[in-house]
Write a protein of this length. Sequence first.
Length: 315
Amino acid sequence: EQKQEEQQYEAKEDRSPASNRNSLVRRKLPLDPDFTNWDFLYDDEGNKQQIGEGGFGQVFKVFTDKRQTVAVKIVQLEIVGNLKLLDQAVEQENAEIAVLRSIRHPNILKFLKSQRTRNHKLCIFTELIAGHSLTDLMRRQRKPFDECAIRDFSMQICIALNYLHSRNPVTLHRDIKCSNIMLSNKGIIKLIDFGLAKEIFHSIGSTKSLSGTVNFMAPELFNEEGKTVYSPKSDVWAFGCTIYEMLTMEPPNSELGWQQVGFRIQKNPMPDLPNGVSDSLRDFYRRCVVRNPKSRADTDELLEHMFLPKVDCQR
């Protein structure tokens, strides 16, 4: 059984003249979300230790008054249109983060808390993971993942999604893609992000919520009323698109602009996987991207699929 990583550490001062907060004697501690003050950690050149960046914000390594190193995603909130809508959207996201705090699963990032600053920034604090996103790993190795790795990752992703979808009430991820899936240095998959900032921008009518994500949206999320109602089946569709991305290093329909992608998804079948993959992987992918959500596989069915337990993996 996979054990959840604890990447948080207590800091003890080095009594040498070169001592600073980055010189840590590391000892494992349980996470404590009840901190009030925090500050950035800096590298040797005096720059903030940035560990990630996406369409909705930057992620930094920070140190709390509970003497722990954690990660914070800082989202610059757009002040556009109705400020009341923005306030409502942020309030809703804070409520969702409160729900995410209760999740304890080895394949899901541990959320700690959120804060809104006076200068219109939303700070989302999480555990710190030693590892890289699947997107970063493909860039580093300059090639897509092989089928053995995809089988391993898919099993862990399915287990995590099945846990989320089995909760009462159901918890949805809403933004499954390679950049939102981390592989720890111990080989453990972690689902991160949960589409939190994306939903804020969508609530205030910003097209920023579609950029980079529309390629993973299920057909039922495109409707004439403009309302995107996510479901467990839309997470499964995005998971299928993520399998395509792991095999090609690009999301489906990446050759199109995001406005065209939506039309393509609604009117055309999804592109098939490249030649050379097993029949079981091809069928697994196709079951994820069935256009009718009622006919699309759920995570219970996917966990029973022949692809997951029967691919011959030689490490």
